[in-house]
Design a binder for this molecule. Sequence first.
Ligand SMILES: Cc1cc2nc3c(=O)[nH]c(=O)nc-3n(C[C@H](O)[C@H](O)[C@H](O)COP(=O)(O)OP(=O)(O)OC[C@H]3O[C@@H](n4cnc5c(N)ncnc54)[C@H](O)[C@@H]3O)c2cc1C
Ligand code: SF4
Length: 443
Amino acid sequence: MSNSVSTPGVAAGRLPAAAYRENFSDLHPAYDGHEAAVAADRCYFCHDAPCVTACPTSIDIPLFIRQIATGMPEAAAKTIFDQNILGGMCARVCPTETLCEEACVREAAEGKPVEIGRLQRFATDSLMAREGHPYVRAAPTGRRVAVVGAGPAGLACAHRLAMKGHDVRLFDARPKAGGLNEFGIASYKTVGGFAAREVDWLLEIGGITVELGRRLGDGLTLDALRADFDAVFLGIGLQGVNALRAEGEETGHVRDAVDFIAELRQASDLSSLPVGRHVVVIGGGMTAVDAAVQARLLGAEEVALVYRRGRSRMNASRFEQDLAASKGVRIVTNARPVAVIGNGAVREVEFAHTEDGPDGLRDAGETFRLRADQVFRAIGQRLDGAPEGLEIAGGKIAVTGPGRTGMAGVWAGGDCAAGGDDLTVTAVAEGRDAAEDIHAALS
Ligand SMILES: Cc1cc2nc3c(=O)[nH]c(=O)nc-3n(C[C@H](O)[C@H](O)[C@H](O)COP(=O)(O)OP(=O)(O)OC[C@H]3O[C@@H](n4cnc5c(N)ncnc54)[C@H](O)[C@@H]3O)c2cc1C
Ligand code: SF4
């Protein structure tokens, strides 16, 4: 007998094949030429445009929208890529509702911004569909730079350095490049293997040698890289996951949300992925929302996302919260897990109600239980395995200016570096800016 949404426990194949295709299709389908022209027409091409200031990579948004409006999408793409070489991915995954589109004057005036993200995707997709790469390398400098981590920060850094004529060796611990673009971002934001295609396209610049399955700290040391290369950039992201600190956390079917998402992103057949009938996700950020929504899309009958504070304190944007609610995820706020209950496998999770007091969060004195066949931890990631000798600030690698660490010849950027939001676009900006600084230092 085949499984369904009401099959008890954790089971694969809860949905008919067509439902998986539909559930995991593109969240914001691409514009066609006419739709893009209409959307571009809404832009006022503001002087001192607030949308540009709100973009961490400072893309000249009015310029690229004008280029689309005048029928030059490939020139528009070049405007974007000059600032953000992962502009294709950022067009899909940026929380534009809290960045450029929130700042758009038409959002303030009418509550409906120019759809900058979708226009960016239209432009970047147009150019990426063409043969060849839009940038050529400068004359070789003879300088060699090691970039550790092939996520957005490392890729942006490597591309900019290669453009400047340096030789780049890009190391990553995983078997595939892309970082969380490949292993983390929700499937419905980046469909059709886009992350891998974007990496291939970026590498067409030349001058970047990729070494996969090479982990810093595992036969590869920072001292050796500093001795062999003229500069080192670290873009190693956040590999650790915070514990729940709830009794019984080791019970079966309690796992890290990032592992579940990585498995989902790499699955060739979504119907083979087991998911609980009753799923509880603990956390309040993008990872929590992505795990909760994708659990629902895989056929979980009930998914509750439980966050310890109020909705306004959730790291997930209002758009993400509404997306979760629209997919049937129940959002429970002001509750923290105290115990995972089950004999071998989780059956229930006990929570304590919380309230914000003058001395921070405190228990309100009442508890409740939620049914759970599967629990996902999504209460934040932390830096693991930073090389010794680097100064750490707030749990991340301390940097000044464009990613300079306290160690000569070593830069860092993206999620692993202190300061900045943990966003794809911020990682790209930091990788790019560190590359410019490395170039200046080597010139
Ligand atoms: C589930 C999830 C969903 C997200 N969704 C969004 C979203 O929708 N929009 C958004 O803007 N942001 C999102 N983010 C955040 C975004 O993915 C990150 O901010 C971004 O990927 C950071 O880029 P990075 O290059 O610093 O690190 P990563 O993308 O983490 O890349 C780091 C790379 O370093 C490699 N590495 C690590 N340690 C070593 C080592 N010791 N040696 C060699 N290689 C190593 C890793 O294998 C990895 O490839 C999400 C994050 C998660 C976890
Ligand atoms: S703020 Fe809005 S209207 Fe003004 S330039 Fe930016 S996208 Fe166009």
